[in-house]
Design a protein around this ligand. Structure first.
Ligand SMILES: Cc1cc2nc3c(=O)[nH]c(=O)nc-3n(C[C@H](O)[C@H](O)[C@H](O)COP(=O)(O)OP(=O)(O)OC[C@H]3O[C@@H](n4cnc5c(N)ncnc54)[C@H](O)[C@@H]3O)c2cc1C
Length: 870
């Protein structure tokens, strides 16, 4: 072991932690010719694998994948003995790596870094250790681990127990013999599930205290998977490339089978295959929608519960072991070897803490609400203060005396999970906001280390010596991380991913769930765009290209990718009928939208013949009449019909509680301007006159529309105002066409690549109107008189060419004294908000629309009053 020095020292970089991350970081920094000092509280290298020495400790990513890949020679020199190696073997491997590259000489062990402070004058960090050393360095790199800060057991009386106490995360090096002992294990997460079967082999009596049952599948350990080894043998580079560009850092073909639509046979076959394979990469990929759709997740979860029931012989114990309070995958799924079978042993007992909570640890055991237990030893497998624990504990103070703890009081804030504003030259490996714990960490660690090393190299080559993210870039990334989590079921669980296991820790989704591949691409794009979102300085240099690297909603991006892969012809190159057929074909393949109480079709008299309509009545009480919304579909006055917007109408009906009457209107080019607008006005007049028959409350009528449908909806409002009736309570305009001016900034920014293109918009206008008519308020309502129009809700989507005209309409209405609510569809395109059931992130926007609709109407107005008023 190195002797702690007591003198000040200067280094280019300090690396804290000597696990996978710290070792590789040290190696790369040395390659760059930098002077580096490493520290670790541990007595040797290994990190996780130094500390977690409990019996049964193993990796749960297969060894061909859970290994360094930066040096093919290293790979050739090391052979793993098992599919899932034990802790001693992984520790041996990391020792071997440290020796092979001579890394130990730069690491000071048994030394905790207690604080770090940025000196703005010197542009250096001062690092202080528990031994009182002060080290100065330019770059401060925390390789302190996501799961390295054990959570202290928050149990009454924990210090009183007179017997032996063990923590899985701080296991004695000499091992523990439980032979003949009465042992308690508290905690059934990954570590608990690994250690319990082994303790059961020795203990005379084992009692497991379980708060939350966890999903676990059998590891089927054995030799390293032959197919994987063969692939590596044949094409190591290709294999590693596939891992780096995969979703979780293990090469795996993502499935497109949806749990909700697959046949029972397909579901069963896919599940059984994953169960037999015994790999996390398999069980998280049974259905494409398992982490997004509760119904799909339930199908998978129930199949796992069936397995548990088939293994555990006592039905009550089996039921207690069946996880029912969280969706599969929203807590870390486990791999086990004989875990559930252990409960069939006569000397093993499960105590359900939900039924009988622990009241206190006593001198000789544990007291629950119902019983007193005597024990010789208590084993805590109670987990970690994950992802932020070790970072915050190391007392990092950045510019202006701001500490990381203060900055992160409401939850961590990072750019790419790598850096945080206000803390120049401070890097976190696998920090919050990166895929880290949701991935094969060997791959994620290498990617982070490579990124940091590449960054320092680039800085040196350009004569720069400080780097720090901007506030804008960082808040944009935080938003993206949360957006990615929000479309999954992850936020529904009380998991350590959400910080929920540590009392007082803010509830924030900590890792990045967009995928290892998407994340790598984002990091590469940041560099490719000249370190977008970073300020970098050096002698005489100060450069910053500010911006947000990902601002599109993740599911919207997925839809765009999917459509791009389909290679459909641009609509504006097709005759109108072909474009209509294409739209109908894509509409047929989407989810149907929510159930409503009643759907009826009919026709209404229009100015030039009958117009079909479809009426949606909400399910459930109240029975009587409800507010009425007349809705007009989108499609550039050329495309669309009652079917095209059916899911959206169902959604509007269900969310708002209003009766929605979707009206079809004459289309161009067969019926050009102003046919559609006149039909819309006629439909509104008819609906107002027939409100009661339609199940509506007379006088409580709003209009709504999307795109060109919003255009004719608001034109109808202008016409109704001019005609002094009918009374319209409000208008909802979703991404409306309100002007024919195509020079606004949003056309420049979004005119290509987001489904509604400038070319398509021109095609629509050409079909609908003569150029001479395009300034007419009935075509371009923004140019009309806006006084006296009803309350308005306008949805403007970030990636819509029509965004700025929608915003301009909102401002113009406001200026004319109209109450306006401008709902920003953040990260959305012209079409994505309407993609009910496909684009999950559109739901909050539609909820806002529904709320606006409800607010248009006086609440609970008795029908007699409404009748009198109308
Ligand atoms: C039981 C267990 C099993 C796991 N299995 C897998 C698996 O199968 N696959 C997978 O991908 N991941 C697994 N993980 C996650 C695992 O943590 C990572 O794979 C990887 O080992 C992390 O390496 P690291 O170097 O980033 O952090 P760590 O290995 O945690 O190392 C961090 C080091 O930093 C030191 N340190 C922290 N703070 C300070 C300080 N202030 N001063 C000095 N030293 C400090 C710690 O002592 C520690 O040694 C597992 C984790 C656990 C706990």
């Amino acid at each position: 072991m190195n002797k702690p020095a007591s003198v000040s020292d200067q280094f280019d970089a300090v690396v804290v932690g000597a696990g996978f991350s710290g070792l590789y970081m040290l190696y790369r920094l040395r390659q760059l010719g930098l002077s580096v000092k490493g520290f670790d509280s541990a007595g040797d290298v290994g990190g996780t694998w130094y500390w977690n020495r409990y019996p049964g400790a193993r990796c749960d990513i297969a060894t061909p994948d859970y290994t360094f890949s930066f040096d093919p020679e290293l790979e050739n020199e090391w052979t793993w003995s098992e599919k899932y190696a034990t802790q001693p073997e992984i520790l041996d491997y990391l020792r071997f790596v440290a020796d092979r590259y001579g890394l130990r000489s730069d690491i000071q062990f048994s030394t905790t870094v207690t604080s770090a402070r940025w000196d703005e004058q010197e542009k250096r960090w001062t690092i202080t250790t528990g031994h009182g050393q002060e080290i100065r360095c330019r770059y401060y790199i925390m390789a302190t681990g996501c799961l390295s800060m054990p959570k202290s057991p928050d149990i009454e009386g924990a210090g009183r127990f007179a017997g032996q106490v063990y923590f899985t995360s701080r296991w004695p090096h000499e091992g523990v013999d439980f032979t003949g002992q009465r042992v308690a294990v508290i905690g059934t997460g990954s570590s608990g599930i690994q250690v319990i079967p082994l303790i059961a082999r020795q203990a005379s009596q084992l009692t497991v205290f379980q708060r939350t049952p966890n999903f676990s599948i059998p590891a089927h350990n054995g030799p390293a998977p032959a197919d994987r080894l063969r692939q590596l043998d044949e094409d190591r580079d290709g294999y590693r490339h596939d891992a780096r560009w995969s979703r979780i850092g293990v090469p795996n073909e993502p499935t497109d089978v949806l749990g909700v639509t697959a046949s029972e046979a397909v579901r069963r076959e896919r599940f059984e295959a994953a169960w037999e394979q015994g790999e996390l990469a398999g069980i998280v990929n049974v259905f494409a929608d398992q982490l997004f759709n509760p119904a799909s997740n339930d199908i998978l979860a129930e199949m796992i519960r069936e397995k548990i029931r088939s293994i555990v012989t006592d039905p009550e114990t089996a039921e207690t072991l069946c996880p029912k309070d969280h969706y599969f995958g929203t807590k870390r799924p486990c791999l086990d070897t004989g875990y559930f079978d252990t409960y069939n042993l006569p000397h093993v007992r499960l105590v359900d803490l939900r039924k009988q909570p622990i009241v206190s640890i006593t001198e000789d055991g544990i007291e629950t609400a119902d019983e007193s237990f005597g024990f010789d030893a208590i084993v805590y497998a109670t987990g970690f203060d994950a992802m932020t624990g070790a970072l915050v504990a190391a007392d990092v103070t950045g510019r202006d005396g701001l500490s990381l703890k203060e900055k992160w009081a409401a939850g961590p804030s990072t750019y790419l999970g790598l850096m945080t504003a206000g803390f120049p030259n401070f890097f976190m490996l696998t920090g919050p906001g990166s895929p880290s714990v949701l991935s094969n960490m060997a791959v994620s660690i290498e990617q982070h280390v490579d990124w940091v090393a590449g960054c320092l190299k680039d800085m040196r080559e350009e004569g720069l010596d400080t780097i720090e993210p901007t506030e804008l870039a960082e808040s944009g990334w935080n938003q993206h991380v949360q957006d990615c989590g929000a479309i999954t079921l992850m936020p529904t669980a009380n998991s350590w991913y959400m910080g929920a296991n540590v009392p007082g820790k803010p509830r924030v989704f900590l890792p990045y769930i967009g995928g290892v591949d998407a994340y790598r691409q984002a990091c590469d794009d940041v560099v490719g765009q000249g370190y977008l979102g970073f300020r970098m300085t050096g002698p005489g240099a100060d450069r910053c290209r500010d911006g947000v690297i990902r601002s599109m909603q993740p599911d919207v991006a997925m839809v765009l990718e999917f459509l791009a892969a389909m290679g459909l012809p641009p609509m504006d190159t097709l005759p109108a009928d072909d474009a209509r057929a294409l739209m109908a074909a894509t509409a047929a393949a989407r989810p149907p939208g929510p159930e409503v109480g009643e759907v009826t079709d009919g026709v209404i008299p229009g100015p030039a013949g009958d117009l079909p309509y479809r009426l949606y009545r909400p399910a459930g009480p109240p029975e009587g009449p409800r507010p009425l919304v007349v809705y007009f579909h989108g499609g550039g006055w050329v495309l669309g019909n009652l079917d095209s917007d059916d899911p959206l109408c169902r959604d509007l009906c269900e969310r708002s509680g209003a009766v929605v009457v979707s009206v079809n209107y004459r289309h161009a080019p067969e019926a050009r301007f102003p046919a559609a607008a006149l039909d819309a006005f006629a439909a509104v007049q008819w609906a107002a006159a027939n409100a009661l028959e339609l199940g509506g409350i007379p006088g409580q009528l709003a209009v709504a529309g999307w795109s060109a449908g919003a255009n004719i909806a608001t034109v109808a409002c202008q016409l109704a105002r001019d005609a002094e009736g009918p009374h319209i309570s409000g208008q909802v305009l979703i991404c409306p066409v309100v002007d024919s001016d195509m020079t606004r900034l949003s056309y420049q920014e979004n005119g290509d690549g987001y489904i509604l293109t400038t070319a398509l918009m021109r095609w629509f206008w050409d079909h609908y109107t003569d150029p001479a008519d395009r300034g007419e308020p009935r075509a371009a309502p923004l140019r009309g008189d806006l006084h006296g129009l009803p309350s308005t809700c306008i949805v403007a989507a970030d990636f819509d060419p029509l965004r700025d005209e929608g915003v301009a309409y909102a401002h113009a209405l406001e200026a004319a004294g109209v109450p306006v609510r401008l709902a920003r569809a953040r990260g959305h395109t012209h079409t994505s908000v309407t993609m009910v059931g496909t684009v999950i992130s559109g739901a909050p926007v539609r909820a806002e629309i529904a709320e606006a609709l409800r607010n248009f109407f006086p609440s609970a107005e008795p029908l007699e009053h409404a009748l009198q008023r109308s």
